[in-house]
Write a protein that binds this ligand. Structure first.
Ligand code: NAD
Length: 424
């Protein structure tokens, strides 16, 4: 038995390496189920596809795409699609595995999957973006479907891209299949509350963690890295609760204001080509200075591997809320724990998005749509129940919230694996 796969060479801090180390840490808490643990270290299925399109200038461009189904023991695969020039198979594998853990942590009837295309969508025209999306959807159409694997938005993908994916899949199967993707526009079977769901989940879990730490949100200073769907919504909700957003970093740079950045101005500015640093209500500082900003709460909401050991030493935060997937490398995790910094891990902190995606999928099947209050009440209840259960597990074993989340989730995943048995 060996967890070494021939097709990836992870390092200690790479996404798949980070995930493997997180799994190793939970094995002592799995009891007899540990005999199934190897199943967590291997994706069930990984598909690599070529995505050729004709560009507006008549040339032919090829893009590399992936869809990985990490584990389907508890239900169909669920996980976003990322468009980014640096996406790799290894990264998508890790993201798919974190989806397996996340869906189990909040007890949704799903497995974990993820997809990606190595493309910079900012360099494509709208027509080229549509062609890339449709061809990719067609290529992965052999493994996705409402009952097998349901994609959703992730970095650089949105409701319009989900609409094209739904339409392409529907054309290929010969009937409208709204349940094949979530995060769709409202009039195409989308759900109220989905756009804000991940940021809302970060807020709900963060508010509870702050309460347990005795940290008053009124006047609390917050630094946010990544100011897209997740980061900006979480920032707005914390600001509404009385916190000050003192630093924001996006792909254009870092902006700070110790009195609090005015989100009414920053949010629209960050949506322009100039990004967050085009906002005039703060000082632009060096990117590395972001990690030393005087703050109480740090919200990484951009990409993986951002909190390194060095940055974990520097941070002044008492609480880290992982909006992004895999933002903290294992050595940094240890340093934060030693320094008494509480980390609410990605696999529970950012589970709000997949939870409302689940609501969307259920609504699509029943063709009966809920109002936003009902969605938010159900979302908050699921997140709070999951977090409280994880906290009890952490207290019982005296382990971090991350390892506790893995303990709760991996027990569910491996119990399902054991009860289903191996085929044939
Ligand atoms: P997004 O595309 O809306 O926003 C990404 C943000 O990150 C942008 O502000 C961008 O400028 C910033 N960014 C990119 N590269 C950066 C860099 N090198 N340094 C600093 N900032 C950088 O994406 P999103 O949907 O908000 O996703 C952000 C993270 O949250 C990802 O890790 C994603 O996997 C995770 N996540 C998203 C959802 C969701 O529902 N959208 C759900 C769960 C987890």
């Amino acid at each position: 038995m060996s967890s070494v796969l021939s097709y990836v060479q992870p390092t200690a801090n790479s996404p798949w390496g980070t995930y493997l180390s997180q799994v190793d840490r939970v094995i002592p808490y799995l009891g007899d189920l540990a005999r199934w643990a190897e199943t967590l270290k291997r994706p069930k299925r990984a598909l690599i596809v070529d995505v050729p399109i004709e560009m507006d200038d008549g040339s032919i461009a090829h893009f590399e795409g992936y869809r990985v189904q990490h584990n389907l023991s508890r239900g169909p695969g669920k996980g976003g699609v990322r468009f980014h020039p640096d996406v790799t198979l290894e990264e998508v594998m890790a993201l798919s595995a974190w989806m397996t853990v996340k869906t189990a942590a909040v007890n949704l009837p799903y497995g974990g999957a993820k997809g990606g295309i190595r493309v910079d969508p900012k360099k494509l025209s709208l027509k080229e973006l549509e062609k890339v999306t449709r061809r990719y959807t067609s290529e992965i159409g052999i493994i996705i479907g409402p009952h097998s694997d349901i994609p959703a938005p992730d970095v650089n993908t949105n409701a319009q891209i989900m609409a094209w994916m739904m339409d392409t899949y529907s054309m290929n199967v010969g009937g409208t299949a709204t349940g094949v993707v979530t995060g769709k526009p409202l009039h195409l079977g989308g759900s109220l509350g989905r756009v804000k769901a991940t940021g809302r989940g970060v807020f709900v879990t963060g508010r509870e963690a702050a309460r347990r730490l005795g940290l008053d949100l009124r006047g609390a200073r917050i630094a946010v890295q990544g100011f897209g769907n997740v980061g900006s919504v979480a920032a707005e909700l914390f600001a509404e609760a009385g916190a000050k957003i003192v630093a924001v970093q996006d792909h254009t740079g870092t902006i700070v204001n110790e009195n609090g950045l005015d989100l009414a101005g920053l949010v629209p500015a960050s949506r322009t080509d100039g990004g967050a640093v085009s906002f005039k209500g703060g000082d632009v500082v060096d990117n590395e200075a972001f990690w030393e900003v005087a703050c109480d709460i740090l919200i990484p909401a951009a990409l993986e591997g951002q909190i390194t050991a060095e940055r974990a030493q520097k941070t002044k935060a008492k609480l880290v809320l992982e909006g992004a997937n895999g933002p903290t490398v294992p050595s940094a995790d240890d340093i934060l724990a030693e320094r008494g910094v509480l980390v609410v891990p990605d696999v529970i902190c950012n589970a709000g998005g997949v939870t409302v995606s689940y609501f969307e999928w259920v609504q699509d099947f029943s063709s009966f749509f809920w109002d936003e209050d009902e969605i938010n009440v159900r979302l908050d209840r699921i997140m709070m129940n999951a977090l409280n259960n994880i906290w009890d597990t952490a207290d019982k074993h005296k382990i971090t919230l991350r390892t506790a989340t893995y303990a709760v989730a991996c027990e569910r995943i491996l119990m399902a694996r054991q009860e289903r048995g191996l085929y044939p």
